[in-house]
Design a protein around this ligand. Structure first.
Ligand code: MN
Length: 250
């Protein structure tokens, strides 16, 4: 199985979790929220062939971490994955949108200049602007919209642009999200937990819980669970994480 957006370093006991994830054979994109967290987070998963660590600057932290943009640029060569990045236009964070935009555009430019990266993107309260920014500034990158909460027409714009989506059990609980899921091509979907931030029935979600989303997908796609798992693994290989196993620790 897979978890294409987990904050492994922010769990209570990351080492125990990583051991478990490794033993279960789960492919994980271990996202970070600041450039200064990258090397330490990658070290946690040293030797785990199915875990990749991505270089991020979370929009909710962007305003206070603009000084880490030069560090982002220095580290870009260390990984094929960038995230968590993006914009957050929700009430709590919209006052920092100016700094967020500066950070987002900067990391996108760095990723493009480095030859393109797979991107895990936050777009809460700013779906349209995130989609438009990505369309205008990225050619070589592969954007994956994580926990997308935009309107159906915004989702369609992202689908038309060829973007990917990572979806999780918490997100699929609402009927509106399930309806939107049917608009995404099944070749462009990956699973995520967004743990330890996301919860399901009061429990913190971890990488092993992404499978809770499978019955919802099989219902929407009108096929059995095995077919869903096959499709998801095909997608994972397509995005490069599976095919590149063993290539490097990053
Ligand atoms: Mn996240």
């Amino acid at each position: 199985m897979m978890d294409f957006h987990a904050h492994l370093d922010l769990f209570d006991d990351p080492r125990r979790l990583i051991r478990e994830v490794d033993q279960l054979g789960i492919y994980v994109l271990s996202v970070t929220t600041t450039p200064s967290a990258f090397l330490g987070t990658r070290r946690l998963a040293l030797g785990c062939r199915r875990i990749r660590t991505s270089l991020g600057l979370h929009p909710q932290l962007a305003a206070e971490r603009l000084h880490e943009l030069p560090l982002f640029d220095r580290l870009i060569g260390e990984t094929d994955y960038v995230g968590e990045i993006g914009l957050d236009g929700s009430a709590e964070y919209k006052s920092t949108l100016h700094a967020q935009r500066k950070a987002f555009k900067h990391v996108l430019r760095t990723s493009e200049n480095a030859g393109g990266r797979v991107l895990s993107i936050h777009s809460r309260g700013a779906s349209l602007e995130v989609i438009e920014t990505l369309k205008a500034t990225t050619v070589l990158c592969t954007p994956i919209l994580h926990w997308f909460t935009g309107l159906p027409r915004e989702l369609s714009a992202a689908v038309d642009a060829g973007f990917w989506f990572s979806v999780g059990p918490a997100m699929l609980k609402s009927a509106g999200s399930r309806d939107k899921l049917s608009l995404i091509p099944r070749t462009k979907i990956l699973l995520e937990s967004d743990g330890p931030f996301a919860r399901y029935d009061g429990q913190i979600l971890s990488p092993r819980d992404t499978q809770l989303a499978i019955p919802t997908l099989s219902k929407i796609w009108g096929c059995d669970d095995d077919e869903v798992v096959d499709q998801l693994h095909t997608n994972l290989a397509q995005i490069g994480l599976k095919a590149k196993q063993g290539r490097q620790a990053a």
